[in-house]
Design a protein around this ligand. Structure first.
Ligand SMILES: CC[C@@H]1C(=O)N(C)c2cnc(-c3ccc[nH]3)nc2N1C1CCCC1
Length: 311
């Protein structure tokens, strides 16, 4: 019947009531699709805009779950920052609205999920694929940092892949915007495996360099198959980070260029880490020879737009 689809599943519509300046009420309707998973306080679904048939990813947060002020502030900050961003390697923020029960955040659908699932399936990536993903991450981070935004929670699970396997940086729940040059942040946040030592230190402030540190952790994780400081418990992970204790397992062969780049990035002193431009210019990012006329299949994992940039 009209409330169930052909598989007998109940059809759920959520709608946005818009009161126009002339007092007229317009209604935008979205049909809820398959469940995508949970993300923090949110239940996530595919959502089809019934007007233009565009399929989006919807983060639906029950207002009842936002009792603590910290959670509310985090959501307001996430929306404020993400809404202001527009870049080919940043998840596109489509729309946000609320009704009595929920807050609805509509985002770009990334149907190849995240680098986390990709690494779980593949064990580890080839150096050419890693070069391609790193180039896209650097594009996103340069855009963010030029807009005085620090992401602060860079990790495999926040690096989404769209249908063309293009990388899209998402989840701005821990992001922050610096209000003046030289401003330092002090609040502790981030995901244990990827968190920079100066954030753990808590005494000194932190800034853009925390994203560069996390990028180093991500490069290691993509090439080796797991993050460098991973241990069974968070406390010993923090200890290893503060002591800068990590190694390259003999079982996994990676090039000297790759090792050198990781060692250059994972340094305790933030000011001693390379800039994003220096990482882009590093021999690892330009090794594997110049792109031959006939592209080997593996580079096809890298969308054409990136390949030509490299030339
Ligand atoms: C909507 C939340 C989050 C997200 O932020 N985006 C952009 C996203 C896009 N496509 C997808 C997606 C499309 C097909 C599978 N997942 N998922 C996204 N997620 C996932 C949902 C569950 C946990 C994080």
């Amino acid at each position: 019947d009209e409330n169930n689809n052909q598989d007998g599943e109940q059809i759920v519509i959520f709608e946005e009531k818009i009161t126009k300046v002339n007092g007229e009420v317009a209604i935008k309707r979205y049909q809820r699709g398959k469940f995508l998973g949970k993300g923090g306080f949110a239940k996530c679904y595919e959502a089809t805009n019934l007007e233009n048939k565009k399929v989006l990813a919807a983060k639906i947060i029950a207002k009842s779950s936002l009792t603590r002020n910290r959670a509310r502030q985090k959501l307001v900050s996430e929306i404020k920052i993400h809404k202001s961003l527009q870049n080919s390697n940043v998840v596109q923020f489509e729309h946000v609205f609320e009704d009595h029960e929920n807050v609805y955040i509509l985002l770009e659908l990334c149907c190849n999920q995240t680098l986390n699932e990709l690494i779980k399936r593949r064990k580890r990536l080839t150096e050419i694929e890693v070069q391609c993903y790193v180039a896209q991450m650097i594009n996103a981070l340069k855009y963010l940092h030029n807009n005085n935004v620090i992401h602060r929670d860079l990790k495999l699970g926040n690096l989404f892949l769209n249908k063309n396997m293009e990388l899209k940086l998402g989840d701005f729940g821990l992001a922050t915007k610096l209000e003046f040059d030289g401003e330092k942040k002090r609040t502790i946040c981030g995901t244990p495996n990827y968190i920079a030592p100066e954030v753990l230190d808590g005494k000194v402030g932190h800034s853009f360099e925390v994203d560069v540190w996390s990028l180093g952790v991500i490069i290691y994780a993509m090439l080796i198959g797991k993050p460098p400081f991973e241990t069974p418990d968070v406390k010993s992970t923090y200890k290893k980070i503060k002591l800068n204790q990590y190694s390259f397992p003999d079982q996994v062969q990676i090039s000297d260029n790759a090792k050198q780049l990781i060692q250059k990035i994972l340094v305790l002193e933030p000011s001693k880490r390379p800039t994003l431009d220096e990482i882009m210019a590093h021999s690892f990012m330009n090794s594997g020879g110049t792109i031959p006329k006939v592209l080997p299949l593996s580079t096809l994992a890298c969308p054409p737009s990136i390949q030509y940039n490299k030339q």
